[in-house]
Ligand binder design. Structure first.
Ligand SMILES: Cc1cc2nc3c(=O)[nH]c(=O)nc-3n(C[C@H](O)[C@H](O)[C@H](O)COP(=O)(O)O)c2cc1C
Ligand code: SF4
Length: 440
């Protein structure tokens, strides 16, 4: 490991209007978050991105001014959340959410493996800005290799004494809903990784009852860049209302599946073509992961990697995952499979979720089978979608309802065919449905 340079006195406030010196990454250029080769050595990292700025609470205003919105799924303004945590008192806690239970996404794991120090810089700087006493990076217990890379990076930092606030890594349970922020807090407090919808929210009372900032690891890596280069630099790429870049995991009918960094105002079609997709061979896209929405491929040139853009189509960019469905594969069958998987991920707490989601998966299977009971199954599905929506203890069932509704409109012609008794030709299962573990 090379020796870490002593962080110079660096005023984040001065950077609120732009960097005082030339940033290591010129404004308006890519990549920002994802260099072509991994940078795991602290010295190389600091040489590449520049020294770690001195801790300052002014970072909160800078993040707000930069217009960063969370990259974990909900797209909430990060600076607003940081300010809310700060307003709830001192001795706060920062939780970096690197659990990435979303099967269609690899971006958080890839980011942590490529630039572990950039993520840890963000954790460190956010923790200092919030006067935190501790910071935790949560990584899914099934992602051991990434956890090892992060642990090595952390050990380098401890040896070099770069972080003011102690940071530790925790291996969280391998469950989809364990990445939900309240589930993570329960688990960090010694309980089960199950979500709750009732207040207090983490920014009020989180880990050990303290105000807690829960942010996705990509969001925190962006915080590290904003602290170094300033809000104007951050805004030099991407959409005006949701600036910056986003990591997107592109899979399915693309030539080179993987994680790509795009400016948020990039069209879905441009990104997919960059990844080698022939859009003429793609019948639909699942955008935003399993909580996302199915959209017809014809929409891809009108939609960008922003929440606002996807909202016009009733969806969300979520965690940025985009799956391209090959023309010959039945989208409804894929929807039925992932609905079944999502049903199995429930936390066993709420009836509409525990009973409603498997019933939705059953009804979808029956429609796909195109048998005599397909009509009744479709009617039951319509009923279940209304019955389940808004009734769970967390957003899990609502995410499933939204995804299934989008499938029913995007694959309306397939449904009509199935109702007329014509099934699709059998096709391989494409969207992954990994085996997950228990609660603790
Ligand atoms: C069922 C469920 C699973 C979630 N899983 C993750 C996850 O794996 N990683 C993540 O960052 N956020 C996940 N979230 C969102 C978190 O609750 C939270 O909004 C996010 O970590 C906040 O970070 P951000 O503001 O930086 O996006 C999930 C939400 C739900 C409802
Ligand atoms: S809605 Fe489902 S996942 Fe959410 S708390 Fe209830 S049972 Fe658990």
């Amino acid at each position: 490991m090379s020796t870490a340079p002593t962080p110079p006195p660096h005023d984040v406030t001065a950077r609120a209007t732009g960097p005082a010196t030339d940033p290591a990454i010129p404004a308006g250029t890519l990549p920002r978050l994802m260099p072509r080769t991994a940078i795991r050595d602290l010295g190389t990292h600091l040489d590449t991105y520049g020294p770690l700025p001195a801790p300052s609470s002014a970072l909160i205003a800078a993040v707000r001014e930069a217009g960063l919105v969370g990259r974990g799924g909900s797209g909430f303004p990060t600076g607003v959340k940081m300010a809310a945590v700060a307003a709830h008192g001192r001795r706060t806690v920062v939780v970096a959410n690197g659990t990435e239970g979303e099967p269609a996404s690899l971006k958080d794991r890839t980011l942590m493996a490529q630039v572990p120090h950039l993520v840890l810089d963000g954790v460190s700087l956010a923790a200092s800005a919030l006067d935190a006493t501790e910071a935790v990076v949560c990584i899914d217990v099934a992602h051991g290799q990434v956890a090892a890379i992060m642990a090595d990076a952390l050990a380098q930092r401890v040896a070099a004494g770069v972080d003011r606030v102690p940071i530790r890594i925790e291996l969280s349970p391998n469950r989809y809903v364990a990445g939900e922020e309240t589930a993570l807090i329960h688990w960090l407090n010694g309980g089960e990784a199950k979500p709750t919808a009732t207040p207090p929210r983490p920014f009020e009372k989180g880990v050990k009852g303290r105000p807690t900032l829960v942010d996705n690891v990509e969001t925190l890596a962006d915080v590290a860049l904003i602290a170094r280069y300033g809000p104007a630099w951050f805004r030099s790429l991407g959409a005006t209302a949701e600036p910056g870049t986003m990591l997107t995991t592109m899979s399915g009918a693309v030539g080179t599946p993987g994680v790509y960094e795009v400016a948020t105002n990039t069209s879905l079609s441009a990104a997919l073509e960059h990844a080698g997709a022939d859009l003429a061979q793609v019948s639909a896209l699942l955008v935003g992961g399993y909580f996302g929405t199915w959209i017809p491929t014809s929409m891809a040139s009108h939609l960008t990697f922003t929440h606002a853009s996807l909202r016009t189509h009733g969806g969300s960019i979520g965690c940025g995952a985009v799956f391209a469905l090959p023309g010959e594969v039945c989208g409804l069958a894929e929807t039925a499979r992932i609905t079944r998987w999502l049903a199995e991920q429930n936390a066993g707490q709420c009836g509409p979720c525990v009973n409603g989601l498997p019933a939705m998966a059953d009804a979808l299977d029956q429609v796909v089978a195109a048998g005599m009971d397909a009509h009744m199954a479709r009617d039951r599905l319509d009923h279940l979608l209304v019955l389940v929506e808004g009734r769970g203890g967390c957003r899990h069932p609502d995410g499933v309802v939204r995804m299934v509704r989008s499938a029913m409109s995007t694959f309306a012609a397939d449904i009509d065919r199935h109702l007329a008794g014509v099934p699709c030709a059998p096709s391989p299962a494409l969207l992954p449905t990994p085996i997950t573990g228990g609660w603790r």
